[in-house]
Design a protein around this ligand. Structure first.
Ligand SMILES: CCCCCCC/C=C/C(=O)SCCNC(=O)CCNC(=O)[C@H](O)C(C)(C)COP(=O)(O)OP(=O)(O)OC[C@H]1O[C@@H](n2cnc3c(N)ncnc32)[C@H](O)[C@@H]1OP(=O)(O)O
Length: 504
């Protein structure tokens, strides 16, 4: 823009032309701001109204879980949160603690390992001090207390567990929490996709358990996915949503399924990115395609930021990787479908991304942020391809973009049909505020409508024909029905979803 303005001042610059260039350059920004406002207007109703609306919607549309017994407007009021606790101070726990104290909520931050606690204390203090330098206020350090004793959560009326993504560990922590916390304290889990209902079952108060899924970096990203477990009370959901609002985040209530909404859609996207590497692309090429589309970070840089170990633990939990898993399987297949073990192989090398200084890229040591292409990764990919007899081919930017984005969008349609998201706007908000989907492109479902549903359908069919072993590329039934019913605008999709359901 500065260069455009400079040229505009030059005597030779045709003013109308410069104005057109300027308008074109500011258009995405303006469109992005407008879309963000639109999405916020949809979601910034009262937390109570939203929780109730979701409750009714899920009962009607999904037919998967029933209305919690006795739910009413009166008993779905959010409860005030005076004091919170965060348990587990890894990357996510630290960011969550920062968000809470910045909102003026006293926090006890618990980490069982004394050494880890010290590292976390320094990291959290550094973020808070940096924030103060930017905003010119005092760091709210007096609101924060660190502890190695889980019993210190007893004063909190809301507890956010943020330990490793391991179901067994989380179940143990929930069991212990429910025996030491106040009887009516809300128990929240920050999980990227584990079963909230199973965690609720580990406690004596399943109605007070909800998922609160934050996004990395947790003190920066504006999204909070609130997971409505089958047994969560509307008041618990409303409290979590209200808290999100207080933290300055956009809260979106979603249903309980592996990956919820955001990571369930991220899975096929990341899988396509991995397959493209097997077929000949490099992480930089795939990331460039996505970044030119408008993402602040491509799939691999984003994965390095979030931590490769998060998905790895999840896949181990699902039995997709780990010792002995490949026995009896064809190479590069798991459960009869194409599977790329590349990310698992990196994790086995201790390459977890930014936190270990190495992942898909190389960083200036653990915690570094500037991603540099790593010759080791290129060699590793070449060796991998030759070991499996894979012939590298040129992958076009268009193919990289379409396979990643359209498989993600395709999963969005499945989510709508399953009643896991209340509507396409909820999905768009999740992607714009949680994953840096370029706001001027509206969000994945808005983008699908803008590109044309019939185009998305045709491209998915094209890629599925070429990769019959990737079922995620098979167009979802809802996408087909929407196209068959004349590709109605986004606001009318629910009618099609409803009519689809009523036929079942
Ligand atoms: C496959 C199945 C599931 C697998 C499980 C996967 C689980 C994934 C969970 C996730 O959370 S996915 C990650 C979602 N997050 C994103 O997609 C982030 C996308 N990136 C962005 O939005 C931006 O790049 C950014 C990180 C917000 C940075 O924006 P910008 O470049 O404008 O930054 P600044 O203004 O310089 O900084 C703002 C703020 O962010 C901190 N920051 C910047 N870069 C990084 C980084 N690489 N790592 C960590 N933090 C970063 C920076 O320090 C600033 O914070 P403060 O200084 O204000 O504290």
């Amino acid at each position: 823009m500065a260069r455009v303005r400079q040229r505009a001042r030059g005597a030779m610059a045709p003013v109308a032309c410069v104005q057109a260039v300027q308008a074109a350059a500011t258009l995405p920004y303006k469109q992005g701001m407008q879309r963000e406002r639109e999405l916020m207007d949809t979601l910034f109703q009262s937390a109570q109204a939203r929780a109730m609306q979701y409750c009714f919607f899920s009962q009607r549309a999904a037919g998967k879980w029933s209305m919690p017994s006795g739910a009413s407007w009166e008993n779905s009021k959010p409860r005030p949160v005076h004091r919170a606790a965060v348990v587990g101070l890894g990357t996510m726990g630290r960011g969550i603690a920062v968000s809470l104290v910045r909102a003026g909520i006293p926090v006890v931050a618990v980490e069982m390992d004394a050494k880890q606690l010290e590292v976390a204390r320094q990291a959290v203090t550094a973020i808070l001090k940096r924030g103060v330098q930017k905003a010119g206020q005092e760091p709210p350090l007096e609101l924060l207390r660190f502890s190695v004793d889980l019993r210190d959560v007893r004063e909190a009326d809301l507890i956010i567990e943020a330990v490793f993504e391991d179901m067994g560990l989380k179940e143990r922590v929930f069991k212990e929490l429910s025996s030491v916390c106040q009887p009516d304290a809300l128990l929240c889990t920050n999980t990227s996709g584990l079963d909230v209902d199973r965690l609720a079952a580990a406690t004596r108060r399943p109605e007070l358990v909800v998922g609160m899924h934050f996004f990395a970096p947790a003190h920066v990203m504006k999204l909070l996915e609130v997971i409505y477990g089958p047994r969560s009370s509307p008041a618990a959901v409303a409290t979590a949503m209200q808290l999100g609002k207080r933290l300055g985040k956009v809260s979106v209530a979603v249903g309980n399924c592996p990956g919820f909404v955001g990571n369930r859609m991220l899975k096929p996207y990341m899988e396509q990115a991995g397959f493209l590497l097997e077929e000949g692309a490099t992480p930089e090429q795939v990331d460039r395609a996505l970044e030119e589309f408008g993402f602040p970070m491509g799939a691999f840089r984003m994965s390095d930021l979030a931590g490769l170990d998060v998905g790895w633990r999840g896949r181990k939990g699902l039995g997709l990787t780990g010792p002995g898993v490949t026995a009896g399987e064809l190479p590069l297949k798991r459960r009869g479908r194409r599977y790329s073990p590349l990310a698992d192989l990196l994790c086995e090398q201790g390459r977890f991304g930014q936190k270990t200084g190495r992942g898909w890229y190389l960083y200036d040591g653990p915690g570094g942020r500037a991603a540099k292409p790593d010759p080791w990764v290129l060699r590793f990919l070449e060796e991998y391809r030759s070991r499996h007899g894979l012939q590298a081919r040129p992958v076009s930017q268009q193919e990289a973009l379409e396979r990643c984005l359209y498989s993600l969008i395709n999963e969005g349609f499945r989510i709508l049909e399953d009643g896991i998201a209340a509507g396409p706007q909820d999905i768009d908000a999740i992607y714009v505020f949680g994953y840096g989907w370029p706001a001027h492109r509206g969000g994945p479902m808005f983008h699908a409508a803008a590109v044309g549903l019939s185009v998305i359908l045709e491209r998915l069919e094209h890629y599925h024909r070429a990769h019959l072993d990737i079922p995620q590329l098979q167009p979802s039934p809802l996408l087909r029905r929407l196209v068959a019913s004349g590709s109605p605008p986004l606001q009318k999709w629910r009618e099609v979803i409803r009519s689809v359901r009523s036929q079942l």
